[in-house]
Design a protein around this ligand. Structure first.
Ligand code: SF4
Length: 328
């Protein structure tokens, strides 16, 4: 591992200042992805800025009914939080479906959003990868790509985003709060991660030195029926092959609110806007769900070995919508 400097920050201002003094540094929280990538030589920061002592480890109920989750709240604590279990069950379910208990005890909310693809070529510095080394090519496109994207990919990169939590946050219309030298800003989770396009080396639109300070779950989706489904190779511990988070409200026999996000099919959580449009104002029924999800997945462009994901994502999405309908 390349030698690196280490700085411990106790306030967000200190953390941002430490970054200004060491451009290209990485913020360290749970370290469950970053440290692995440093050992592999994929990440080679000159400095780590430890943010674990920042006062960002609380879940706070705000006056407007929203819930503010600090960036260093552990995934296991967030999944078990009574307000999350009660008001945003899709988030609790997504968190509990991810990784192992030990990893969830270490991984943080901010780190979960910033985790990097598990594409094997990205993690192997002897292989071409436009995400790790722009311009070097994409080993996965003509190589092993069973787990890769079927929606929104580019000639440069076909990687998927690995987070379960982010998929639930996308369906729940959560926002990400950021702090940087230019001040604070807030962006929707659905606009936080990027599609690969010409620059797959950039996973998100986060600016150099910006720090995630919180995720805010809105009052508008609190207590609406929500759920998460995940298909994977082994139930004990595996990344998704396809997943879906949904929020569904039925009023007077028709769908009055629906949000659907697909996971493990694209470079970011894939908010299924076409499916949502097709379902609004419609009576909830299996054939309506199948039709809407089919419309969304008509845009899929599977590769040689991952066409199965289109059918799998369809079935997972329809299943979560049907289960929510049964509860409405
Ligand atoms: Fe790299 Fe993306 Fe290709 Fe994987 S899919 S090898 S991350 S460029």
């Amino acid at each position: 591992m390349k030698p690196f400097g280490y700085v411990r920050a106790t306030t967000v201002e200190e953390a941002a200042d430490a970054y200004s003094a060491a451009p290209g540094a990485r913020y360290l929280a749970g370290g469950t992805n970053l440290v692995d990538l440093m050992k592999l030589g994929v990440e080679r920061p000159g400095t780590l800025i430890d943010v674990r002592r920042l006062p960002l480890d609380d879940v706070t109920e705000l006056d407007d009914g929203s819930l503010r989750v600090g960036a260093t709240v552990r995934n296991s604590d967030l999944a078990a939080h009574p307000a999350v279990r009660d008001r945003y069950p899709a988030l609790s379910q997504a968190l509990l479906s991810a990784a192992s208990g030990q990893l969830r005890n270490a991984a943080t909310t901010g780190g979960n959003l910033l985790q990097r693809t598990r594409c094997a070529y990205f993690q192997d510095v002897t292989k071409p990868c436009n995400k790790r080394e722009p311009g070097s090519g994409c080993g996965a496109r003509d190589g092993v790509h069973r787990d890769h994207a079927v929606l929104g990919h580019s000639a440069r990169c076909i990687a998927t985003h690995p987070s379960d939590m982010a998929v639930a946050l996308a369906a729940l219309d959560a926002r990400v709060e950021l702090y940087g030298v230019e001040g604070e800003r807030s962006v929707p989770v659905t606009g936080f991660h990027r599609l690969p396009g010409e620059h797959p080396d950039r996973d998100t639109d986060i600016r150099p030195g910006e720090l995630i300070t919180a995720v805010v779950l809105p009052a508008a989706t609190a207590r609406l029926p929500s759920g998460y489904r995940k298909a994977r190779d082994r139930a004990s511990y595996a990344f998704a092959l396809a997943s879906a988070a949904a929020v569904l409200q039925v009023t007077d026999g028709v769908i009055s609110h629906v949000a659907l996000a697909l996971g493990a099919v694209a470079h970011r959580p894939w908010r299924a806007r076409r499916a949502e449009q097709a379902l609004l104002g419609v009576a909830p029924a299996t054939d309506a769900f199948e039709h809407a999800v089919g419309l969304e997945l008509a845009a899929a462009e599977p590769l040689r070995d991952n066409a199965y994901k289109v059918a799998l994502a369809h079935d997972v999405a329809v299943d979560v919508l049907r289960s929510l309908h049964r509860r409405t």
